[in-house]
Design a protein around this ligand. Structure first.
Ligand code: SF4
Length: 352
C-alpha cells in the first residue's frame, strides 16, 4: 500500500542564487559534507511545539526569546503567527506562551504564572538535566562553577535555579582568577553548546586551583554539540575552507567555526544563507567543508550545496562520524490532541 502524498509549503529562502563563478583551481574541486549536522532532537521538538501550539490554539502564540537560535526558523514561525517577545511581561494576560529550547529560570516560570499565562515549556530535556543538577548541588551546599557565556539565555536559566550558589566561568582565563568560598565543596557544570576542548581546558585549570573539584554526574555538553564538533574536526583536516551554516547568536554554530580553524581548515566562515558566500572565499580552494549548527534546517545546507555546485563544487562526499536517532516527546501540554488522544506527532522526528 502506498503512503499518501504529503505536501509541505516550501520555505522562503531569501537572496539571489547562482552568483558564484566556477574559477579554475589546480586540483579536483569537491565538498566534504559533515554528518551529523543540523537539527538536534531538542531543536526539532521545540520547533514542532510552536507549530503544534499554533495548530491547537490558533495565532498568535507568544514565544519568549527565539525558540531556537536560527533566524530562518524564527522568520518562518513568525509568518505562521508566532510572536517572539523578550520577556513574559510583553505577553497579554491569559495568552499561550512557549518557553524556548534554551530554558528559563524559576523566576520566569513564576512571573508567567502570576500573569495567568498558559505556558508550554519547550526547554530541551538535556538543558533541564543541567537545571536539575544545579538544584541538587545547591541543596547539598556546593558552590557551582557554571562554565558558559554570561548573558546567554541557557546560562541565565541554569544560574537562576540557584543564584546564590552559581558563579559563571566564561573562559579558561577566568578559571585562573575565579574565587570560591570553600574549595572543598565545589562542582563544575556547563552550558550544553560549548567547545568540548575549551571546556576541558577550563576544567583542567580549575582543578589545578581546586583539587577537590567535582565533575557533573554526566556530560553537560550535549550529544549533538559533541557529535557536530567531532564531524567538523575530521572534515577540517582535509578542507581549505569550511562553511558553517548557522546564525550569529547560535553558540554551537559559532563554536563549529572555531573548531574548524583549530583542526586545520585554512579559513572558516559562518553564513545564515547561501547568498552570503563570497566569491573571494573560494579563491584557490580545492576542498570546501560544509556543516551546520544544531538549530539549522537541512534546506539551508542544501541551498549552500547548490550554490557551491554552481561554482564547480558539485562533487559531494559525506563524512559521517556518528549516527543519531534520539527523539524527545513533545512538551506535556501538547502530547494529546484536543480530543484527548495521543498526538501522532507526540515525538519530534528528524525533519529536513
Ligand atoms: S543543542 Fe543539545 S541541549 Fe541544545 S537543544 Fe539541541 S540537544 Fe538540546
Amino acid at each position: 500500500m502506498s503512503s499518501p502524498t504529503v505536501r509541505l509549503p516550501l520555505p522562503h529562502i531569501p537572496g539571489p542564487r547562482g552568483r558564484l563563478q566556477d574559477n579554475p583551481v589546480p586540483g579536483h574541486k569537491k565538498v566534504l559534507l559533515a554528518s551529523p549536522r543540523g537539527y538536534c532532537a531538542g531543536v526539532d521538538r521545540a520547533v514542532i511545539a510552536v507549530e503544534k501550539a499554533l495548530e491547537r490554539y490558533g495565532a498568535p502564540v507568544y514565544v519568549r526569546k527565539q525558540i531556537v537560535h536560527n533566524i530562518h526558523v524564527v522568520t518562518e514561525l513568525e509568518s505562521k503567527g508566532a510572536i517572539f517577545v523578550e520577556e513574559v511581561d510583553e505577553v497579554p494576560e491569559g495568552s499561550h506562551v512557549v518557553f524556548s529550547a534554551h530554558g528559563v529560570s524559576p523566576a520566569v516560570v513564576n512571573e508567567a504564572a502570576d500573569r495567568g499565562l498558559q505556558a508550554i515549556d519547550a526547554t530541551c530535556p538535556l538543558v533541564t538535566k543541567v537545571h536539575r543538577e544545579a538544584v541538587r548541588f545547591a541543596r547539598d551546599d556546593f558552590e557551582i562553577l557554571l562554565i558558559g557565556h554570561e548573558g546567554h539565555e541557557e546560562v541565565e536559566g541554569t544560574a537562576g535555579e540557584a543564584p546564590d550558589h552559581v558563579t559563571i566561568v566564561g573562559s579558561p582565563e577566568e578559571a585562573d582568577t575565579v574565587e570560591v568560598r570553600d574549595p572543598s565543596r565545589v562542582v563544575w557544570l556547563s552550558q550544553t553548546t560549548l567547545s568540548v576542548d575549551e571546556t576541558m581546558e577550563t576544567v583542567r585549570r580549575l582543578r589545578t586551583r581546586f583539587p577537590d573539584l567535582q565533575d557533573p554526574p554526566s556530560d553537560d555538553i550535549c550529544y549533538a554539540t559533541q557529535n557536530r564538533q567531532v564531524a567538523i574536526k575530521k572534515v577540517a583536516k582535509g578542507a581549505d575552507l569550511v562553511i558553517v551554516v548557522g546564525s550569529a547568536n547560535s553558540s554551537n554554530s559559532v563554536r563549529l567555526v572555531e573548531v574548524a580553524l583549530e583542526y586545520g581548515a585554512k579559513a572558516s566562515y559562518r553564513v545564515d544563507y547561501a547568498h552570503e558566500i563570497e566569491q573571494a572565499w573560494l579563491d584557490g580552494v580545492e576542498t570546501v567543508g560544509v556543516t551546520s549548527g544544531a538549530s539549522v534546517p537541512e534546506i539551508l545546507v542544501q541551498e549552500v550545496l547548490s550554490e557551491l555546485a554552481g561554482a564547480g563544487y558539485g562533487d559531494v562526499e559525506q563524512v559521517r562520524t556518528a549516527e543519531e536517532d534520539l527523539i524527545f516527546s513533545l512538551p506535556k501540554e501538547l502530547r494529546q490532541d484536543a480530543g484527548g488522544r495521543r498526538d501522532e506527532r507526540a515525538l519530534g522526528g528528524r525533519r529536513s
